[in-house]
Design a protein around this ligand. Structure first.
Ligand code: OSB
Ligand code: MG
Length: 376
């Protein structure tokens, strides 16, 4: 007897305004146009959220592209197959890249599989903690006064560490202002989203000038492909270098670590093709005693639940970019919004699958398009 199969794959686009615009070195996000995938198998459904942005400015992936990849290439390969998340990556391997699209399908299938089995995603991935320390990512503000106010508010909300988005021309001065506001004891880190140019001596100097501020890490100063530029900078700075965009899978992580390109890794399941690959990167980093943390992409409660499951693994020693629902949304798409407690921790869902109840009425009300994968 064979088990349940993947009977239906729905693609659903929702549009949600952010509570405030989020500016990075690559642009400003004021709302999110999100692709959700829902799979149905034997009366059970599972959900996945695609982390791609509207434009290919964080990486080459973007929402419309992910939608098309799921509908035209990835989805048809999975339709009718056994409901088994472990088979998703091998089945989809003939298609290059499109990791965010692949991760969305894997999450939805894993959610359905685990809801059917009555097992939580955290437990299935090897999670060991019921709550995790969390941080917050602060977009580039209009003024330094705004920055001081925002970091002060986040400190009061309990966040365990604060990350500032930086870009050339907005780096040393804001970091100095935030450090002065927060004092020496608050964990502060910065994220450049690949905006610095290796051939610009002023930009190189600005990065080195961040060293005196006691930052926990500098995240992805140079473009995704320029791994050796990070090796070079790591040798010139005391502050640890952390990679985000350059980490595409377990193999690129192994290469980056053996080259000395980073000493900390930001793991995002979407960026690496799914939470199983993300867990494999975690395991590799634990073996090599490299701290990891869970990145975020302004997810709704669906993606956040998956991030929390991943972040419950023991090697996620540093607080993740996993903030309260209210930091992103007026209303989340799950019935219970995520909150951060006074110790800066967030509970890891322990119910079956993602462990969240989908607010389908609200999702319907923000849906802009519904599509489905059809057999080829
Ligand atoms: O580089 O970590 C990033 C948001 C969108 C795209 C890339 C990044 C981010 C963040 C936000 O920093 C983290 C969060 O979800 O709170
Ligand atoms: Mg980043």
């Amino acid at each position: 007897m064979s088990g349940p199969t993947i009977e239906h794959i729905e693609l659903r686009r929702i549009s949600l305004p952010l509570v405030r615009p989020f500016q990075t070195s690559f642009g400003t996000w004021t709302e999110r146009d999100i692709l959700l995938v829902r799979v149905v198998s034997d009366g059970v459904e599972g959900w996945g959220e695609c982390v791609a942005g509207t434009t290919p400015t964080y990486s080459s992936e973007y929402t419309d592209g992910a939608h098309r990849a799921v509908r035209e290439f990835l989805g048809p390969l999975l339709l009718g197959r056994p409901l088994a998340a472990a088979a998703v990556a091998p089945t989809l391997a003939p298609f290059k890249g499109h990791r965010m699209a692949k991760a969305t399908l894997e999450t939805a299938i894993l959610d359905a599989e685990l809801r059917g089995a009555g097992r939580s995603m955290a437990a299935a991935l090897g999670g060991t903690r019921t709550s995790v320390p969390v941080g917050v990512s602060v977009g580039i503000p209009d003024t330094l006064d705004d920055l001081r106010r925002i970091v002060e508010d986040h400190r009061a909300e309990g966040y365990r560490r604060i990350k500032l988005k930086i870009k050339p021309g907005f780096d040393v001065t804001p970091v100095a202002a935030a450090r002065e506001q927060l004092g020496p004891d608050v964990t502060l880190q910065v994220d450049a989203n690949a905006a610095y140019r290796v051939d610009d001596p002023d930009q190189q100097q600005a990065l080195e000038d961040l060293d005196p501020f006691g930052l926990a890490l500098v995240e992805q100063p140079f473009p995704e492909e320029q791994v050796l530029a990070h090796v070079d900078l790591a040798a010139r700075m005391r502050t640890p270098i952390c990679l985000d965009e350059s980490i595409l899978d377990r193999a690129t992580t192994a290469d980056a670590l053996s080259l000395g390109a980073c000493s900390i890794v930001n793991i995002k399941a979407g960026r690496v093709g799914g939470c199983l690959e993300a867990a494999a990167i975690h395991d590799l980093c634990v073996e090599q005693d490299v701290p990891v943390w869970c990145g975020g992409m302004l997810e709704t409660g669906i993606g956040r639940a998956a991030n929390l499951a991943l972040a419950s693994l023991p090697g996620f020693k540093l607080p993740g970019d996993i903030s309260a629902s209210a930091r992103y949304w007026h209303r989340d798409v799950v019935t219970e919004p995520f909150t951060v407690d006074e110790h800066g921790r967030m509970a890891v869902p322990d119910g079956p699958g993602l462990g969240v109840d989908i607010d389908i009425d609200f999702i319907e009300s923000v849906t802009t398009a519904v599509d489905e994968v059809t057999p080829r």
